[in-house]
Design a protein around this ligand. Structure first.
Ligand code: NAD
Length: 504
């Protein structure tokens, strides 16, 4: 399957990217990347150990003085060139991402890759707009101002669901603000983070500014989070691992940014456009085969529309073409791994005991049998406190529940530990406005579900974490502010010295 993307050939020098070049990991262990569409081997690479993390942190520390002292204009120019190199490599990036994740080429070509190029252009521009508050004579005798400074070396950890976009979301704001970075992608999906880092070097971003270590969470990840040479940890992944990362980072007093799991509700009021809501629910639930932290996972539908919504949603799911990610005409690819598919299937199998599986609920047969495929699945009549309503399944599974009054709908939408994203569907402006106020989530869409843009922040409430990716808000995470105060009096004995030198 080398024609899909020649990973073995591209990464024959290794799958670590340290100080501007590919090297082999020295942990002594290897990992094999599997194509989830076929079960075939894509790349066997040497995993990073502690020594590789140390080398990457050393490279990032060495690059920090030069990169942080570059003018915003110089950083911006380099990042504009970076966006141009990425645009040149767009097809390579799309194929590598489709291969390692099982994403249809349609998705990587139209979403992951253009989104990443747009993020890069956005942060190239934003690098020149790092503003502080105004300076002033607040004490009367001094001039004060605020400097916004980079933090140092950022250690980032990313998940496997959007490897390229997660690398971009972590790396771009960090380097635009003058930091240097060591990113650890998920060991399942290292290819596009490595291609991304190489493109940075080709664009003239100095060696050591962007480093990638590909290793396991326990070995490379935890060593990076606890590393004394790292000033900040930025983590995207599950809430369970995020808690562990927070413990390790806190023990070494690091700045912490956590983007964790989600269980996004889709709230359909009885005045909604049913066809729009059903289409939105299916697209929002199935994007990236449901492996999306903001995916629509719980549809709450007001009683008068409930049965019709279940019927229409099930019918729409039946039109989605499951197939090989590289084949034209495929809408939905496999899950990222057979293990993830089995995890999703186990959730659905357990749900049969307490809810109704309306459609799907099985792996496709025939020629797709060897891949990690699972059919689009709709579950109805589950209780609010049941596992499929409360836990992140991370697969192509939508649960539909009815509600009566508006108060109840909003309360149910808020009734999970998570708070990453939500949508409300209504033609009533007051209902829409109330939903945006009362739903506890970092993003609320009205009459749509999923779109993201570089200019707007992404991040969670509650157990979905804290801090923002993308947009100018991300600079709050990746910079620190310093108060600078100048004496304007030039006198030796200042008025406030009276508190120390007697009463006169
Ligand atoms: P995960 O938490 O299992 O792993 C995420 C990363 O953490 C991987 O790189 C892994 O190797 C690493 N890791 C594991 N144990 C570690 C440890 N002890 N110390 C340091 N690093 C460790 O998540 P996943 O299964 O790769 O991804 C799916 C999860 O990510 C879902 O919960 C999803 O909601 C979440 N996610 C959240 C967002 C967001 O923006 N909030 C975006 C994408 C994915």
């Amino acid at each position: 399957m080398q024609d899909r993307f020649p990973a073995q050939e591209r990464f024959s020098d290794g799958a670590q990217y340290i100080a501007g070049r590919l090297t082999k990991g020295t942990s002594g262990a290897v990992h094999t990347v599997i194509d989830p569409a076929t079960g075939e081997e894509v790349l066997t690479y040497e995993l990073a150990g502690a020594d590789d993390v140390d080398a990457a942190v050393a490279a990032a520390r060495a690059a920090f003085p030069g990169w942080s002292a570059a003018t915003p204009g110089e950083r911006s120019d380099a990042m504009h060139r970076f966006a141009a190199v990425l645009a040149d490599r767009a097809e390579d990036l799309a194929r590598a991402e489709s291969l390692q994740c099982g994403k249809p080429l349609k998705l990587t070509r139209e979403f992951d890759v253009p989104g990443t190029i747009d993020n890069t252009s956005f942060f190239a521009g934003a690098a020149r707009h790092l503003a502080g508050q105004s300076a002033g004579e607040y004490s009367g005798d001094h001039t004060s101002y605020v400097r916004r400074e980079p933090i140092g070396v950022v250690g980032s950890i990313a998940p496997w669901n959007y490897p390229l976009q997660m690398a971009a979301w972590k790396i771009l704001p960090a380097i635009a603000a003058g930091n240097t970075i060591v990113l650890k992608p998920a060991e399942l999906t290292p290819l596009t983070s490595l291609l991304f880092a190489r493109a940075a070097t080709e664009a003239g971003i100095p060696d050591g500014v962007v480093n990638i270590v590909t290793g396991t969470g326990r070995t490379a990840g935890e060593h990076l989070v606890g590393h004394p040479g790292v000033a900040m940890t930025s983590f995207t992944g599950s809430t369970a691992v995020g808690k562990r990362v927070a413990e390790v980072a806190t023990a070494t007093v690091k700045r912490l940014h956590l983007e964790l799991g989600g269980k996004a509700p889709l709230l359909v009021f009885d005045d909604a456009d049913l066809e729009a809501a059903a289409n939105g629910a299916v697209a929002g639930a199935l994007i990236n085969t449901g492996q999306d932290c903001t995916a629509a996972t719980r549809a709450y539908v007001q009683r008068p529309l409930y049965e019709a919504f279940v019927e229409r949603t099930a019918a729409l799911m039946g039109t989605v073409r499951v197939g090989d990610p590289f084949a034209p005409g495929t809408d939905l690819g496999p899950l990222v791994s057979h293990q993830q598919r089995d995890r999703v299937a186990a959730f659905v199998d357990r749900a049969r005991g307490y809810a109704r599986v309306v459609t799907g609920g099985e792996a496709p047969s025939g020629e797709l049998k060897s891949g990690a495929y699972y059919l689009p699945t709709l579950i109805a009549d589950a209780a609010q406190d049941s596992e499929v309503v409360q836990s992140e399944i991370f697969g192509p599974v939508l649960v539909v529940l009815p509600f009566d009054g508006d108060d109840e709908g909003i309360a149910l939408a808020n009734d999970t530990p998570y708070g990453l994203a939500a949508s409300a569907w209504t033609r009533d402006v007051f209902r829409a406005n109330r939903a945006t106020r009362e739903i506890q989530a970092g993003c609320v869409w009205i009459n749509d579900h999923i779109p993201i843009i570089s200019e707007m922040p992404h991040g969670g409430y509650k157990a979905s974490g804290f801090g923002k990716d993308m947009s100018a808000y991300s600079f709050e995470e990746y910079t620190q502010v310093k108060h600078v105060m100048f004496d304007n009096t030039a006198v030796a004995r200042k008025p406030w010295h009276r508190t120390v030198f007697g009463d006169s």
